[in-house]
Design a protein around this ligand. Structure first.
Ligand code: NAD
Length: 497
């Protein structure tokens, strides 16, 4: 039986047998933190305490940064091919421990085990391998200069890189940061979200087992206000890679300005549109993908296509198809091994998302869903929900809900659709459905988004950059462009004539 066909009781017994260590990981070993403070890591799937998580403080951040600083000279001077081998060894170990990592991720974040075993963990491994392989395939430049001289332009690692990551894709987004940063020769201090630290802590242990030297990868657990802010304000952190909210992004910019002008890359929030024209050839496919775009991962996706704009001629037909397609995202036991959404990140967050449903019901209507479910004794489960009858400038259209709640709106003309899609402070992603090639190019060109998907939704891959325009941030994860976050060009002039 492979991992995805295991049934709930199998996963539950494996969960019961897991020995989970919630201590931080600094300078190659587990540490309890200087103040020995902890908080419980609570599973949203059933409210059970999983581990005691170390609450690091400023002193622990200083210790981790110092360890990363000590490790930097040797790691950065290693031949790129050796860094590649270390990272490939880590990828191989992750593969060997894939079920354990998936189980930790499910217990910690509420995602269904079917998703963590088939998407999150394999995705993280594939990204790590991709950057490991890229490590020794980068070259410099030899620009034209006056005769009698040579100028070499090389890409240099920046030094100690901090990463602060969110709870919606804990392992994958951590790897999006650490893989290119370490491959390029930097060392790292990573702060996972306080809700979801367990998979990344285990990853750091595996990294040590794979032969990464002490101090190359450090994990400091704890709150954003304490640990995140200490990293953001640190005078010996050279760059900070962040994924999270636009509000926190602002504080990081201020901290960089106040401290040492550390370089920032910010992947912030989104409110992405999915624009469906009446000439779409396969409307059922568009509806199935729209459901994925809005409700996958419990809707807790920065690039969720949560504003669905449909040309009026097909609006009612599409709404009916979407209602059918959404049933695939009905909440289910995350350990069942089957289809369906899992738990949202917490009961409190579910309550906040539900408040948006109430608002939508008051000002417009709930077209389907809206109900909270109790599974395994936890109330952190919400049905996929579609709101309608709301004006295009309603807060539901503009603000990030970060849950399985989408809004449907009809449009008449192409110009109206583009204007509506662009009427947001964010610019992370957008999708367009049409059979008209000219329209596809025209609308894709007019949409202000870092990624536009045509006749699909939320397309993503290791080879293509991911990031935003406007208040969705700057800098790019994935692809060779991510190296720009972690390296700087250095020019060496050699005069010989
Ligand atoms: P958040 O911004 O509250 O937290 C993200 C991380 O920042 C966490 O590790 C948190 O501890 C830390 N943090 C919080 N306050 C901090 C502070 N004052 N200083 C330093 N660090 C601090 O976001 P969240 O609620 O965990 O995640 C959801 C948000 O993340 C959404 O806005 C979502 O759109 C965004 N997100 C964006 C992307 C992307 O690629 N653009 C991907 C995933 C999630």
């Amino acid at each position: 039986m492979n991992s995805t066909t295991m049934i709930s009781s199998d996963w539950q017994s494996r969960a019961d047998a897991l020995a989970i260590d919630g201590r931080a990981f600094v300078d190659g070993r587990r540490v309890s933190g200087s103040e020995r403070l902890t908080r419980p890591a609570v599973s949203p799937i059933d409210g059970r305490a999983l581990a005691e998580l170390t609450s690091c403080g400023r002193a622990d951040v200083d210790t981790a940064v110092a360890a990363a600083r000590r490790a930097f000279p040797a790691w950065s001077r290693r031949a790129a091919v050796e860094r590649k081998e270390s990272l490939l060894a880590l990828a191989a170990l992750m593969e060997r421990h894939a079920d354990e990592l998936a189980l930790l991720e499910t217990l910690d974040s509420g995602k269904p085990i079917l998703q963590t075993t088939t998407v999150d963990v394999p995705g993280a491994i594939s990204t790590l391998r991709w950057y490991a392989e890229a490590a020794d395939k980068q070259g410099g430049e030899l620009p034209a200069v006056p005769s009698g001289a040579i100028a070499l332009v090389t890409r240099e690692p920046l030094g100690v890189v901090a990463a602060i990551v969110p709870w919606n894709f804990p392992l994958e987004i951590a790897v999006w940061k650490l893989a290119p940063a370490l491959a390029a020769g930097n060392t790292m201090v990573l702060k996972p979200a306080e809700q979801t630290s367990l998979s990344v802590l285990r990853l750091a242990e595996l990294a040590a087992e794979a032969g990464l030297p002490d101090g190359v990868l450090n994990i400091v657990t704890g709150s954003g206000r304490e640990v995140g802010a200490a990293l953001a304000n640190h005078m010996d952190v050279d760059a900070l890679a962040f994924t999270g909210s636009t509000a926190v992004s602002r504080t990081l910019l201020e901290a960089s300005a106040r401290s040492n002008l550390k370089r920032l890359s910010l992947e912030a929030g989104g409110k992405s549109s999915n624009v469906i024209f009446a000439d779409t050839a396969d409307l059922p496919l568009a509806a199935a993908k729209a459901a994925f775009g809005a409700f996958y991962n419990q809707g807790q996706v920065c690039s969720a296509n949560s504003r669905i704009l449909v040309q009026r001629q097909v609006h009612d037909e599409f709404a009916a198809l979407l209602a059918d397609a959404a049933s695939a995202y009905a909440p289910a036991d995350p350990l069942s091994g089957g289809e369906g959404n899992g738990a949202l990140i917490s009961s409190t967050h579910t309550h906040d998302v539900e408040a948006w449903v109430t608002r939508g019901r008051t000002d417009g209507e709930v077209l389907f869903g809206g109900g909270r479910r109790i599974i395994r004794g936890s109330d952190a489960y919400l049905e996929p929900t579609l709101l309608g009858g709301l004006s295009a400038d309603h807060a539901v259209h503009r603000e990030e809900i970060f849950g399985p709640v989408a809004v449907l709106h009809a449009f008449d003309t192409e110009a109206e659709a583009v204007a509506m899609a662009n009427a947001t402070d964010y610019g992370l992603a957008a999708s367009v459905w049409t059979s008209d090639l000219s329209r596809a190019h025209r609308v894709a060109g007019d949409l202000l988004a870092g990624t536009v998907s045509v006749n699909t939704v939320d397309a993503l891959g290791n080879t293509t950059p991911f990031g935003g325009f406007k208040q969705s941030g700057f800098g790019r994860d994935l692809s060779l462009h991510a190296f720009d976050n972690y390296t700087a060009p250095k020019t060496t002039w050699i005069q010989f004539g």
